[in-house]
Design a protein around this ligand. Structure first.
Ligand code: NA7
Length: 587
């Protein structure tokens, strides 16, 4: 890879020059200036989060020669994969594709053990990336950013951490993750429960031994569907409290096949290009040119059967209109419901497990190992809490309208305040004292999912309004990080230090995101894509469903047209472009 890098000193001279002028005037050193009488460190960029987004962002900013500080609330790297240690946690994108492509050496040397990697393996990969690129030394672990305020006078962000530190930065990059703010339902009596409670997204590091216990799992999204079969094998008895049935496809997981691995590694550059140029989600699936409802019923059945046997997300690509045409979608949904009936021996249980309230794929499709089979076990009970809702938690278990369930442990697989929860968990104040919470009160508004008007130099990696959770997230992280890094490099070479979306461009993008979503079946589901799982959260379709190829084209065009739709400026007095910034080095 060839990239241009700048000498660190140059970048600081440029991006911090205004700060330097002010601080020198105040009699302080350039990078250690006084703010409200507390010493504040100053850096070019702060990166919040050390999941895959934060790690790669840090790496790229360093390559640009910028001074960077990373903050991570966990004790180590990994983000979502650091916290989600529940039994059975596994990626639903194939291992050979769920990895960074930016380093040929990295993608060649890392060896995945399974077709779909487990959480421990993905965490090991994140640690390997951190070590390989020496990233940990710039990250403060066990430390959350609690507030970020934009100072219009200096065009700098003032960052507060929960450790009492305050620092200033020109750029603030939020790599806080789409699924990182866990959600506990508001069920009365939780504090009375005498047993142990767990949330799948905050699992104890030492693991949990459920042997012989009466366990309750609340929630049957991806996390529930992955952990239920594993917990069922350990527990004395498992009660699954299901409010909404979800569609799940068997993973067909197994040890990585050496030939399969080789076929990817020998062709990685072409395959990664294909992912960028010829997929909807950044993951290569076997695409179809046929419409589902037009296909001959026997052929259609064979095609679904073939893909079911092969396993994984490929199933939803059996026809090219499954998420666009209800008639086609119904054929896929009917196939899965028939499979559920054929696997689950008790017809009443099979019926309860068969989703009927949303088109298949409009909630994130689950990928499982032995999920439906688990309901044939004698020690597993499925409880329908849609018809008989949970009323309260008691000292010894859970009370629904119809019965009391005695439990020793309760697992909340109840999901996340997705896409906006982690960002809005930080007190972010932009231009004119406007808070992000207020700017997004009717739903998140961004330009390209990258920035929000009124919040200069604040970037969001895989933010709402970008493909994010509708794509393979590492794929989208790479695209965003590279776009942001190129943007900063371009700003520096052109003498700008501030970038912010124009309100009109943002409005147009938000309208486009909604319009594209409305052309699909996605808005028909009460999904976390819509914020529907959080009481009071605005119902807005948050990710961009138009596909990664048009999205990337749009981002690239915007950049090629001088960051069209963004306002670039050289904020504050006394900031001069210094000629020595043109000293570039090839790597
Ligand atoms: P999800 O997909 O948001 O699933 C949460 C589940 O918890 C879902 O079945 C909910 O039912 C259920 N839930 C939430 N609150 C309650 C209450 N109060 N009572 C009963 N059931 C409840 O989260 P996951 O962690 O499984 O998956 C998130 C993503 O992570 C996933 O899509 C992958 O991308 C990885 P509901 O549907 O709201 O009726």
């Amino acid at each position: 890879m060839t990239s241009l890098i700048f000498r660190p000193a140059d970048s600081l001279i440029f991006f911090m020059s205004q700060l330097q002028a002010k601080s020198t005037a105040a009699g302080n050193r350039a990078l250690n200036i006084s703010t409200n009488s507390a010493a504040a460190t100053a850096v070019d960029a702060v990166v919040v989060g050390a999941g895959f987004g934060g790690l790669y962002m840090l790496h790229r900013l360093r390559q640009l020669g910028l001074s960077v500080r990373g903050f991570e609330r966990g004790a180590d790297v990994g983000g979502t994969w650091y916290w989600n240690r529940y039994p059975g946690a596994r990626c639903d994108v194939e291992s050979m594709q769920y990895s960074f492509s930016f380093s040929e050496d990295l993608q060649q040397e890392w060896r995945w053990g399974e077709r779909f990697a487990s959480q421990p393996e993905i965490l090991a990969y994140a640690k390997h990336v951190a070590e390989r690129f020496d990233l940990r030394r710039d990250i403060q672990f066990g430390c959350s950013v609690s507030a970020a305020r934009y100072d219009e006078a200096t065009a700098l962000w003032e960052i507060d951490t929960d450790q009492g530190e305050r620092l200033q930065t020109r750029f603030c990059i939020m790599a806080t993750g789409c699924l990182s703010a866990t959600r506990m339902p508001d069920i009365a009596g939780l504090e009375l429960f005498g047993g142990k409670t767990y949330h799948t997204g905050l699992w104890p590091h030492e693991g949990v031994d459920f042997a012989g216990l009466r366990v309750g799992v609340i929630g049957t999204g991806s996390s529930g569907i992955q952990c239920i079969p594993v917990i069922a094998q350990q527990a004395g008895h498992l009660s699954v409290f299901q409010r909404t049935a979800n569609f799940s496809i068997p993973a067909g997981n197994g040890p990585m096949d050496d030939d399969y691995e080789r076929s990817w590694k020998d062709n990685y550059s072409a395959l990664r290009r294909k992912a960028r140029e010829d997929t909807s989600s950044g993951t290569i699936y076997e695409k179809s040119t046929l419409k589902g409802h037009e296909a001959n019923p026997d052929e259609r059945q064979r095609e679904y059967e073939r893909r079911w046997q092969r396993g994984g997300g490929n199933f939803m690509h059996a026809f090219n209109d499954l998420l666009l045409d209800q008639r086609s979608n119904d054929t896929a949904a009917d196939f899965v419901r028939a499979r559920i009936r054929s696997i689950v021996r008790n017809p009443a249980v099979a019926d309860m497990l068969s989703p009927t309230d949303h088109p298949i794929g409009t909630k994130r499709i689950c990928i499982d190992t032995d999920y439906y089979e688990t309901y044939n076990r004698d020690n597993v009970t499925l409880v329908d809490v849609r018809t008989a809702p949970i009323e309260r938690i008691t000292a010894t278990g859970l009370q629904t309208r119809d019965a009391h369930y005695e439990l020793d442990s309760m697992v909340f697989a109840t999901g996340y305040d997705a896409m906006t929860g982690a960002l809005l968990g930080i007190d972010i104040t932009g231009r004119g004292g406007e808070t992000l919470a207020h700017a997004w009160q009717a739903g998140p508004k961004t330009y390209l999912g990258l920035m929000t008007a009124g919040f200069p130099n604040l970037f969001t990696v895989t933010g709402p309004g970008s493909p994010s959770v509708l794509s393979s997230v590492i794929f989208s992280i790479e695209q965003h990080v590279e776009w942001i890094a190129d943007c900063l490099e371009s700003m520096r070479s052109r003498g700008f230090n501030t970038i912010e979306p124009e309100a009109a461009a943002q409005e147009q993008w938000v309208a486009h995101v909604n319009e594209v979503a409305d052309r699909t079946l996605f808005p028909l589901a009460n999904s976390w894509y819509m914020g529907a799982n959080i009481p009071g959260k605005p119902r807005v379709f948050m990710p961009y469903v138009g596909g990664v190829v048009p999205y990337r084209q749009k981002c690239d065009e915007v950049a090629a047209n001088g960051y069209e739709g963004f306002r670039l400026s050289q904020a504050g007095p006394g900031l001069q472009h210094t000629g020595n910034l043109t000293n570039q080095q090839e790597t």
